[in-house]
Design a protein around this ligand. Structure first.
Ligand code: ZN
Length: 105
């Protein structure tokens, strides 16, 4: 019947022949808690809430979801996956993740 779909690497564009790696990226709004300062208490909360509700009503459901969280899924070849793991954001001098690489020589 149908052949398995040929997957291409999302980074180099080559056909993935060996091991295939899945890269999932999720970008979502962080919840850093709610800090209320004394001067916040003088705000008109009813008005602020009404304004927020108005803004939300104007946005489409899709747009609203994208503002909260967005995710992607890519297939990568082994070579690109290992490259990606070293520096996912392609930052010049990436700070190592805590604990990552410790003990390596
Ligand atoms: Zn690749």
């Amino acid at each position: 019947m149908g052949k398995a779909k040929i997957k291409k690497c999302a980074l180099c564009g080559r056909q993935i022949k060996g091991e295939r790696f899945i890269l999932r990226i999720v970008c979502y709004s962080a919840y850093d808690g709610l800090e209320i300062e004394p001067w916040d208490l003088r705000k008109n909360f009813k008005k602020l809430i009404e304004e927020e509700v108005k803004k939300i009503k104007k946005l489409s459901k899709r747009k609203l979801m994208e503002e909260v969280a967005k995710w992607w899924e890519f297939s990568l070849c082994k070579k690109c996956a290992s490259k990606y793991r070293k520096n996912p954001l392609r930052i010049k001098n990436p700070a190592p993740l805590s604990g990552a690489g410790r003990g390596d020589k």
